[in-house]
Design a protein around this ligand. Structure first.
Ligand code: VGL
Ligand code: ZN
Length: 205
């Protein structure tokens, strides 16, 4: 039983958005064409309250890109993005959501960030996605979307730790590369944890 996770394909992560991933929108057509190849499709949304602690704007004197301590965890500060119920938090308008079984939202607690769509960054709370996939009988989790070096990476690592056979569809993801090389290092780190890196043409035959 194979599930596809459409990861954070939201306006704010696409060109023109508040935290644009370079060429983030380029993966949307691929994300649409991949969906019929799966038994189950779920989508995630980064879904922050306006007072979220990951926003530089909520820490006077701080700039995006700086690192702070947020409730005991190291936190990169980001521009205000994916605020609940704003246009930036909506799915990219070209994303086909008609086959999406359920949407999981993360980053809702203002005191902790959540790159992974399974757990917050402190592994304090689960989003419910792991239990949901297990209950549906999913054995294999495939990830596509944004950003490869944050949400996709941490979600893949958690999926593997939850004993799903985990696949990252490389050409259906784009990364931020805040430090040049972040994307390459993310791919290596995932591979070292047994995560399989594949191309979309290996799936759509
Ligand atoms: C993400 C940065 C900030 C992500 C979320 O989901 O990849 N990245 N918030
Ligand atoms: Zn975020």
């Amino acid at each position: 039983m194979k599930a596809l996770i459409l990861t954070d394909l939201q306006n704010d992560f696409c060109p023109g958005g508040a935290l644009a991933v370079p060429h983030g929108d380029a993966v949307v057509p691929l994300a649409n064409r991949l969906q019929p190849c799966f038994d189950l499709v779920v989508a995630t949304q980064d879904w922050h309250p306006a007072d979220h602690g990951s926003f530089a704007a909520n820490h006077p004197g701080s700039e995006p890109g700086e690192t702070i301590d947020l409730d005991g965890l190291e936190q990169i500060l980001w521009p205000v993005h994916c605020v609940q119920s704003t246009a930036g938090a909506e799915f990219h308008p070209d994303l086909d959501t008609s086959k999406v079984d359920r949407v999981f939202r993360k980053g809702t607690d203002p005191r902790i960030d959540s790159y992974s769509c399974f757990f917050d960054n402190g592994h304090r709370k689960a989003t419910g996605l792991g239990d949901y996939l297990k209950q549906k009988g999913v054995t294999d989790v495939y990830l596509c979307g944004l950003a490869l070096d944050y949400c996709v990476k941490f979600s893949a690592l958690d999926a593997a730790a939850l004993c799903f056979t985990t696949w990252v569809i490389e050409d259906a993801c784009r990364g931020i590369d805040k430090q040049p090389g972040d994307v390459a290092r993310a791919l290596e780190q995932m591979q070292s944890q047994g995560i399989r890196i594949v191309r979309s043409d290996e799936i759509m035959r």
